[in-house]
Design a protein around this ligand. Structure first.
Ligand code: HEM
Length: 206
């Protein structure tokens, strides 16, 4: 059982976080003004960037632009595509009667890109929509579920965001990223949301 739990956490926690960092780097490579804004914020917060900077977490809340960028990345290209729930008894969802035992699958990207929830610019990369938090970014905050919802919400959500902030801070403080001419934008819904043809980026030393 312990081995099973370890496998679960490894599966749930490694590829997901790697994809979050990958999609965020792609978005920042495509939006250099946001890349520079996040980099300046990191440099202002940590004057000499190294892994030791993160032993003390009290400066983390200062990385506001990075937080907004990660939230927007999770909205547009959140690695988890579906969440599922089983009806333990017959229930009504709106007009729909769901019989006991039926598994319902929620397609997360359709909630995250619905113009009725996010506005006409729902498909655009606009981290500023999160400046006032999730509740001000959309009509129904319950519609923002990159880590699922309710009692089975992702166990590692805080850990994942902290990891992403550390990885991205270290990378952005040393390198600049632009999109390679070989990049083909093709998000593919597999078990997780992957860039079908990889993420070739041009990395330049700062
Ligand atoms: C960007 C990174 C991640 C994303 C997008 C993500 C997303 C999700 C989603 C959508 C669920 C299903 C929640 C639901 O059904 O309501 C889930 C469950 C879970 N996640 Fe994550 N996850 C991430 C990282 C992690 C990490 C780093 C760990 C552990 C170190 C982790 C551990 C788990 C576990 C154990 C569950 C099952 C929780 C349960 O059934 O009670 N996840 N995750």
């Amino acid at each position: 059982m312990i081995v099973d739990i370890c496998k679960n956490i490894y599966f749930a926690g490694s590829e997901t976080t790697a994809l979050l960092a990958t999609w965020t780097l792609i978005l920042l490579a495509k939006h250099p003004q946001w890349q520079q804004r996040v980099r300046s914020e990191i440099q202002e917060t940590y004057s000499h960037m190294s892994l030791h900077c993160f032993r003390d977490m009290h400066k983390f809340p200062k990385l506001k632009s990075l937080t907004m960028v990660i939230q927007e990345s999770l909205r547009l290209y959140g690695p988890a595509v579906t969440a599922s729930r089983e009806a333990l008894e017959e229930m009504k969802v709106g007009e729909l009667v769901v019989p006991k035992g039926v598994n319902m699958w929620f397609f997360i990207p359709s909630l995250h890109r619905d113009p009725q929830i996010w506005g006409e610019d729902a498909c655009e990369f606009k981290p500023e929509r999160f400046a006032g938090g999730v509740s001000e970014a959309c009509k129904y905050p319950q519609a923002y579920i990159p880590f699922g919802f309710g009692s089975r919400i992702c166990l590692g959500q805080n850990f994942a965001v902290i990891q992403a902030k550390i990885i991205l801070s270290l990378m952005l403080s040393r390198f600049s990223f632009s999109v390679s001419p070989n990049y083909r934008h093709s998000p593919a819904y597999r078990m997780l949301l992957v860039p079908k043809f990889g993420a070739p980026l041009i990395v330049t030393n700062l």
